[in-house]
Design a protein around this ligand. Structure first.
Ligand code: MF3
Ligand code: CO
Length: 248
């Protein structure tokens, strides 16, 4: 079921989303060679709770950490541990927070020190792909329009589109209908309406888009070991477009 959110619900989602945004800003200066992913996860957990929210990922279907931290060829759902960030890595923080029963969800990829050309190309165009997808968000447009725009843009820039994972509706649940794939056909799928809240999240790869799951049963990696990037915002469909909820 797709729920349209009331103004009151949208206000709560704005607070949840802003906490996610602030958590990203808070963590950014810590993302340096030598820090462990466990330390980043602990800092995130404490910061989110200090804002009066709960890290939505913690225990979500048994997920063991507070945020998802994925490095290089890891696409999503990386679990924090005793691993260090190193110069030349890209690290994706996928942060979800629940405030008074409403969720916000935003992922962002960050460069650690100097990254190579393959990674910088990937990062630049995956971030742009998010905004290319967002441009399609307005009442009357359809879910397929978003995915179509993202996959065409990815193709133009020789990047792979991960098909096994997608964006999603969001609200009182972290994942709600509808699915928002990063590929699709124009003028197909659910029609967007004012008050829908969705997370748009292109996950693009520098090499093959095919994925594997590690033995921890969570971490999704690229099959060929080439890097992946991931940028995500939670938005609400407005009368004439959209508003980003996971921003300032
Ligand atoms: N933002 C992530 C997603 O949409 C949340 C992952 S839930 C977790 O897939 F269980 F992996 F943490
Ligand atoms: Co998401």
């Amino acid at each position: 079921m797709i729920t349209l959110k009331s103004n009151r619900e949208i206000e709560l989602m704005k607070i949840a989303g802003n906490i996610v945004y602030k958590t990203h800003q808070y963590l950014k200066p810590f993302l340096r060679p030598g820090i462990t992913t466990k330390k980043i996860d602990d800092l995130a957990d404490q910061y989110i709770r200090d804002q009066g929210a709960i890290p939505s990922c913690k225990n979500y279907q048994g997920f063991p950490a507070s945020i998802c931290i994925s490095i290089n060829d890891e696409i999503v759902h990386g679990i924090a541990g005793n691993r260090n960030l190193a110069d030349g890595d890209i690290v994706t923080l996928d942060i979800c927070a629940c405030y008074k029963g409403y969720h916000g969800d935003s992922a962002w990829s960050y460069a650690i020190g100097n990254i190579d050309e393959e990674k910088s190309h990937l990062m630049k165009y995956t971030e742009e792909a998010l905004y290319i997808g967002l441009k399609e968000v307005r009442p009357g447009n359809r879910i397929g329009d978003i995915g179509n725009a993202i996959s065409n843009f990815a193709k133009e820039h020789h990047l792979g589109v991960v098909k096994e994972l997608c964006g999603h509706g969001i609200g009182q649940n972290l994942h709600e209908a509808p699915d928002v794939p990063n590929y699709g056909t124009i003028n197909t799928g659910v029609r967007l309406k004012e008050g829908m809240t969705i997370a748009i999240e292109p996950m693009l790869t520098a090499g093959s888009p095919n994925v594997e799951i590690l033995d921890d049963d969570w971490t999704v990696v690229t099959e060929d070991g080439h890097p992946a990037a991931h940028f995500e915002h939670t938005v609400v469909v407005t009368k004439d477009g959209y508003k980003i909820l996971t921003g300032e």
